[in-house]
Design a protein around this ligand. Structure first.
Ligand SMILES: CC(C)(COP(=O)(O)OP(=O)(O)OC[C@H]1O[C@@H](n2cnc3c(N)ncnc32)[C@H](O)[C@@H]1OP(=O)(O)O)[C@@H](O)C(=O)NCCC(=O)NCCS
Length: 178
């Protein structure tokens, strides 16, 4: 199978035209089989990677800034990846991989990258690793355990040495906290 190459473009949410935002919304709704209006509202604005083929949006990911904290260490300013999506009819051609391969070079100013995986081989192949230690959410100066959650991290050039078995927390947000 030959795969036409993707044209990859980075845009912040606020710089998307109305038509581009609609294209992002409908691609993600279609990929996830759900109406993600609330999800988009909960995660807030960020930076998008748009994968275009013949002028059509066929693949997407975005990242938002979050603060991951280990006890006794400074917080890690984290590029938290969301909404990795490829149009259903155009999967298994390497489009999500192409966006994920571009991503690290765009977030070198961050301390870490992380995501909540719905699939894992795609990410492990590209160097993402599961965090093994217990996860918590910080809310109102309290730590709330989230034992049902798993996340993966990708070290970046600025990432300090990490103990993947340590506790890790993130600030609360509505909806999907991790
Ligand atoms: C997960 C998702 C984003 C993957 O998108 P994709 O563009 O198909 O991803 P890729 O093509 O890069 O890789 C997918 C698989 O196709 C394989 N592949 C890549 N290029 C290929 C090619 N040219 N020929 C055959 N297979 C290929 C990859 O090896 C990979 O296989 P594996 O994961 O079984 O090891 C897509 O399935 C999707 O939108 N799912 C619904 C939303 C979702 O769950 N997102 C993930 C949230 S964490």
């Amino acid at each position: 199978v030959t795969t036409p190459s993707l044209v990859i473009e980075q845009r912040s949410t606020r710089a998307l035209s109305a038509a581009q935002f609609r294209a992002v919304r409908s691609l993600c709704d279609e990929a996830y089989g759900d109406d993600l209006a609330n999800y988009f509202a909960d995660i807030g604005p960020g930076e998008h990677l748009l994968g275009w083929r013949d002028g059509a949006l066929v693949a997407h990911l975005m990242w938002v800034t979050r603060w991951l904290e280990r006890a006794g260490h400074p917080g890690l300013r984290t590029a938290y990846v969301e909404l990795v999506a490829t149009a259903p009819l155009l999967r298994r051609r390497g489009y999500a991989t192409a966006l994920l391969e571009r991503f690290p070079s765009l977030v070198t100013g961050y301390d870490l990258a992380a995501l909540g995986p719905a699939t894992e081989r795609l990410y492990t192949r590209l160097g993402w690793r599961y965090w093994r230690g217990p996860l918590f959410v910080r809310r109102d100066n309290r730590l709330i355990a989230t034992p049902e959650e798993r996340i993966m991290i990708l070290p970046l050039p600025r990432t300090p040495p990490l103990d993947l078995d340590a506790s890790l927390s993130v600030e609360w947000r509505p909806g999907e906290v991790w």
